[in-house]
Design a binder for this molecule. Structure first.
Ligand code: SF4
Length: 479
């Protein structure tokens, strides 16, 4: 009888790809995990117990068929594993790198729950797709037939690109408009290279171009082209702009107090080799500075770890709740601490101490956790008389993002938004209040994960194909 290659979780311990030493990581912006060797990927995949009801898959926003591609990897059938993984995901190699697996698939793996340590799903996913690229299995999209209809997608981030992928698979013509000069949205300018090296995004961009996707870059809707003009050029339009308006602190407009999006974009641009005067002047550069980052999400972790690599004298992160109540990934917190970041829990900014040269420190309220709010999270409360001054000469505000006011910005009438300013769109299709206009990702959900944007783009692409089919049928009937 053939040897059962699976269910090895009792005899094979969990193992991650080798992580570079923190001292070496601090010196550059390269990714911190090495790649699995082929045998290691097979060995780690073999730990999966092939659950009849796979919680890893249920808790994956894309419902990736994880048990199947783990089994195929354990059996050495890597090309088939890649085919299964790419069927539901435009960017498996990116999800493998940046998804907070500890909160999604891996956090819900039954082997993790039984105390044996999760199957290392994310690392295997990355390995499969990186191997597919090396072996030349990733090809430009070649639809079975080309359709005459075109879709204009506003936003070249993960949601828009996922939609472009599935629309091209269906033969629809696709043009993607973006305000930036490179494709990828936050994957290019928001997420640092130590989590996602930019070549990984670039090779996908080339694949899209070779698949017939047209990119119109440096194009601001409402300035360089009107929304109505885009609508007039295409049979359907998708809004996938993401959310770029930073949440702010009151009275925080001081020299040396900067927004996370500006700080991270400058760092990523510098690493691309672009001219970045704000970096060169020191305004958006942490070298030699005492840096304080305010916030507890993944963007805050990206900022603190960027500051370490820029050569900051010290890096602290202020968060108003405690470790177990922070929204960011615990894995990212652990990486940050290893690299020398100090997390200052139960601390909220009260104001800023400034001098002639700019900010000198942050006045901090010490907090404690009180009773739970409506969501069940314990509310932070101030401890009277425990305020102190945290010295700083660069403060980065990483408090999250809000939607821009698109109807005003773009001069669009009839595009309904919610009371939070997000575009009102139908669940599952992304259909908005305007005929033939769909919306996906953060501009609908509010700031969320890349993987949810991919899911929205995929679902909405399918709804757009249905819409185009119905429009074509209606056109034939009217003739
Ligand atoms: Fe395998 Fe864990 Fe998924 Fe079960 S939950 S199928 S053990 S990866």
């Amino acid at each position: 009888m053939a040897e059962n290659k699976m269910l090895k979780f009792v005899s094979v311990p969990r193992d991650m790809p080798e992580k570079r030493l923190a001292t070496a990581r601090r010196e550059d912006f390269q990714e911190i995990y090495a790649e699995f060797a082929r045998d290691k990927a097979a060995e780690q995949s073999s730990r999966c117990s092939q659950c009849g009801v796979p919680y890893c898959q249920t808790h994956c926003p894309l419902h990736n068929n994880i048990p199947d591609w783990l089994r195929l990897t354990a059996q050495g059938r890597l090309q088939e594993a890649y085919e299964v993984s790419q069927a539901t995901n435009t960017f498996p190699e990116i999800c493998g790198r940046i998804c907070p697996q500890d909160r999604l698939c891996e956090g819900n793996c039954v082997i993790e729950q039984s105390g044996h340590g999760t199957v290392t799903i994310g690392s295997v996913e990355k390995y499969i797709t990186d191997t597919a690229w090396e072996e030349g299995w990733v090809k430009p999209i070649l639809p079975a037939r080309e359709r005459p209809e075109s879709v204009g997608i506003i936003g070249a981030g993960p949601g828009g690109l996922a939609a472009a992928d599935y629309l091209r698979r269906a033969g629809v013509q696709v043009t993607v408009y973006d305000r930036y000069d490179r494709v990828g949205g936050l994957m290019t300018y928001g997420i640092p290279g130590f989590k996602l090296e930019k070549e990984v995004v670039d090779r996908r961009t080339k694949q899209f171009e070779e698949s017939g996707v047209e990119f119109v870059l440096n194009c601001k809707v409402g300035e360089d082209i009107s929304f109505d003009a885009i609508r007039g050029k295409h049979d359907a339009v998708m809004i996938a702009t993401g959310v770029y308006k930073s949440r702010d602190l009151p009275e925080s407009d001081h020299d040396g107090v900067v927004r996370a999006i500006d700080y991270l974009t400058a760092s990523n641009r510098k690493n691309f080799g672009d001219e970045v005067p704000e970096y060169d002047s020191g305004e958006l550069n942490a070298a030699g500075k005492k840096v304080v980052v305010i916030g507890g999400g993944d963007t805050a972790m990206d900022c603190v770890r960027t500051a370490i690599r820029q050569g900051a004298e010290s890096v602290k992160c202020l968060y108003r709740r405690d470790r177990s109540n922070m929204p960011g990934s615990q894995r990212e917190v652990a990486n940050a601490e290893e690299e020398g970041v100090e997390l200052v829990w139960l601390s909220a900014p009260k104001g800023f101490e400034c001098g002639a040269q700019g900010v000198k420190g942050v006045h901090v309220h010490k907090m404690r956790l009180g009773t739970p709010d409506a969501t069940g999270r314990r509310m932070p409360e101030k401890i009277e008389g425990a305020d102190y001054l945290e010295e700083a000469d660069l403060v980065v505000k990483a408090l999250g993002f809000e939607p821009e006011d698109l109807p005003t910005l773009w001069g669009v009438e009839g595009l309904e938004v919610t009371r939070w300013g997000t575009v009102r769109a139908e669940f599952g299709t992304g259909a908005t209040s305007l005929d033939g206009v769909f919306a996906v990702g953060d501009i609908v959900r509010g700031a969320s994960l890349v993987v949810w944007a991919i899911r929205d783009g995929r679902d909405s692409a399918s709804a757009i194909v249905n819409y185009l089919d119905q429009s074509a049928s209606a056109g034939v009937a009217a003739e």
